[in-house]
Design a protein around this ligand. Sequence first.
Ligand SMILES: Cc1cc2nc3c(=O)[nH]c(=O)nc-3n(C[C@H](O)[C@H](O)[C@H](O)COP(=O)(O)OP(=O)(O)OC[C@H]3O[C@@H](n4cnc5c(N)ncnc54)[C@H](O)[C@@H]3O)c2cc1C
Length: 363
Amino acid sequence: MFDVIIIGGGIGGSASALRAAQNGMNTLWILGSKKNRKRSRSQWVMNLDNIVGFHEDIIKNQAIKTLKKHKQNEAIAYLENEHYHINNRMLIQNTIQRIEKGFPNMTLLEKEVFQLEKTESGFIIELEEEKYEGKSVILSTGVMDEQPHILKQNKKGEWEETPKWIYPFANREQVLYCIRCEGHLTSDDSVAVIGHSNVAAELAMMLHERYKNKSYILSNGHEVEISEDRIAILEKYGVEIIFEPIKGLMSEGVKQLYGFEFELHESVNVKFGLVSLGLHRVYNDLAQQLNARLMDEKQAKEKRHVWINHKGETSIKGLFAVGDMAKREDEPMMKQVYTAQEYAVRAVDTIDYRRRKLMRKNI
Ligand SMILES: Cc1cc2nc3c(=O)[nH]c(=O)nc-3n(C[C@H](O)[C@H](O)[C@H](O)COP(=O)(O)OP(=O)(O)OC[C@H]3O[C@@H](n4cnc5c(N)ncnc54)[C@H](O)[C@@H]3O)c2cc1C
């Protein structure tokens, strides 16, 4: 019987696992299988630079100090000229390493959970071949963004409509998904928001107000559902809405995006794309198995966030949800690294508080 079972090997799972390890809790951390890791948004983050403390200069400055002490001028020059990306995979790998090195109270498994069951004393989780029992469970199984399908000619000259055309640019932070994370990269540049809703309009307005961008909204053939008052502001800001389906990306190989093409409309030159198509999926299957309350009633079930209170607990006592998959009623959607971490710490500390309260009661 574990004190807590954490399901998910992204940022929410990592932050929960580290907190539980440091709290001395007997913990099982299920990271997900190699196959289902593709579901993880964490795998897509190439460079984190919106968070205080996550910056290459912290380590660089320490290393340079040491090298200066030992008069290693050549090495200092190398280091000064190097750029170190900090990405989510590194954070997760580092958390695993720290936990494996220093915390015997933790068990880690790279597997997928298929079934979650409530019992009188807690929960049972089922993997492919084994079952485990825990007093509490934290879900951090994440969400996946909807991707734009773009028509483009493949190497054989055939027209192919697929989201894969944009992946190389997403990997190079030229096609973006999160204005709070990456919006600042677009400062004073041109951006195409790919979307057709009021949210896409809000993003285009925000880009203009914050970064003075020249922006477009590309509805990619979808019906545009933007309110009249927003349309009026977009016009004032010089944001053009292009209704035609995108027919080709303009780029320098897969290295540098420089625009989008259409059949009739003239092509637009932009340095960035910003995807605003909502979510493809909230991985809420395990929460659904227990009939945990979901948010966003108007959405399809597989797109609904898991309702949580301010401690991160779902409507099922002892079942918590953190990270991108979870939503509180009292705040807007929070889907960043630091929010996943904050949710995780609240959830684990709540479980720990109850665990310790019980210890005292038993005395
Ligand atoms: C392109 C992109 C760039 C971003 N850039 C930034 C940024 O610069 N700064 C920032 O703050 N945020 C950024 N974000 C947001 C950030 O990545 C997410 O908020 C964060 O990764 C969410 O972590 P999570 O734990 O909720 O989910 P995820 O990272 O998606 O992890 C989900 C995990 O659950 C596992 N899993 C799923 N189902 C199961 C199951 N049944 N059994 C076991 N395991 C399962 C998966 O394998 C995966 O490991 C970005 C997001 C994207 C898409």
